[in-house]
Design a protein around this ligand. Sequence first.
Ligand SMILES: *[C@@H]1O[C@H](CO)[C@@H](O)[C@H](O)[C@H]1NC(C)=O
Ligand SMILES: *[C@@H]1O[C@H](CO)[C@@H](O)[C@H](O)[C@H]1NC(C)=O
Length: 403
Amino acid sequence: MDHVATMHVSLLLLLAAAYQAAGLPAAVLQADADRYKLPAELLVGAGVSALQSEGAWNASGKVESAADHLIHALGASTFPVSHDVAADSYHRFREDVAMAAKLKLKLYKFSMSWARILPTADAKVNKTEGVQFYHDLISEIKAHNMTPMVILYHFDHPLALENEFMGWQSSKMVDRFAEYARFVFDEYGQEVDLWASINEPNMYCTYFNLMYVEANLRKKDEIDMYTCLHNNILAHKEAYKIFKEGRASGKLGFTSLIMHGKPATTSAEDVYAADSFNAIQTGMLLHPVVYGDYPEEVKLLVGSKLPVFTTEEQKDLKDSTDFIGYNLYFGMEVTYKHPAASPTLHEGGGGAAANVMMGVIMAVLQDLPFVNVAMGGGGSGAAAAFTSVMTDGARKTLDQLTG
Ligand SMILES: *[C@@H]1O[C@H](CO)[C@@H](O)[C@H](O)[C@H]1NC(C)=O
Ligand SMILES: *[C@@H]1O[C@H](CO)[C@@H](O)[C@H](O)[C@H]1NC(C)=O
């Protein structure tokens, strides 16, 4: 439950930061009050993921998911918070929903655990108790007059898929995800209108890839960020197709982690470095589901390492999302550096948090030898990334997405 409460607080801080960013004196705000009124259709809410909130990792027929397996292999020293129990939301979801309602939230976003719904990844076996759990959760949210928003997958696929073909490193994952998506839409499609397919493939394909190596479950040359992202994008496309076949209404979106890179100066070099960073960090994930292919600059930067979409795939990918879900973490300042110079990435202390963010950033930088990044917003060290705010980060990100 602590975890749920933390998520709520983070959201409120984010909103507060957005207002602070406007930086306008109170008199102006008052004179122009209507401009700043929140639209009635805005759904302010909070989100939780199954892996971080449900706990009950082995309850009612569920077995180790790939993520459980990884966390168990890493051990408590790397993951001091026990995901086995987490916030115990699997058992205490009614309390969590009641707390969200008490905060007057309008939207309750959660992820379904692929491994809880289909422990062996086989959609033809009998339904587990886990399937009923999500019916109960959805009913509870609606009973509290909140809108449920479901994300199909947030890092926790059945371990069988990892053992059979290394999960997202294989294109076989695309069909298996489609099978799961079809099951979920058939089962819950009439109960929920707001959906997203996959949470932050750009977090999974950087951080989780690295963690698999750290846990000695994979060798470094067995993992590739680009292949992983490519399969995630194709899996989203399949889910979108299936969703639209079965649903006349309802929306299905795609989500991205965004760590916006802002050029440190207005020099052409810094601007180019920041654009390149943003193109790989976010653009290569979102561009295909809107325009049907990777951005041209990503093709140039990554070269032959970048997988290629077939003409057929490009056609289906174009406009294959009803909205873009973006999770804004923090902003970073980007400078150009000579490709031969070593990176001067701000690192600082920060334990586990630093490891996470450094791994993610270094993976993004693998084909950007001319890019240097530092945490923005006045903090120093990677841990500060989570607490410091780049006040114009949200605006710059929206400009980037809509520009
Ligand atoms: C589930 O895992 C816990 C440890 O996290 C263990 O104590 C318990 O016995 C397990 N339950 C079942 C049903 O396997
Ligand atoms: C599935 O459920 C049916 C009906 O309850 C039962 O007869 C059958 O044995 C079950 N199959 C498996 C594999 O559990």
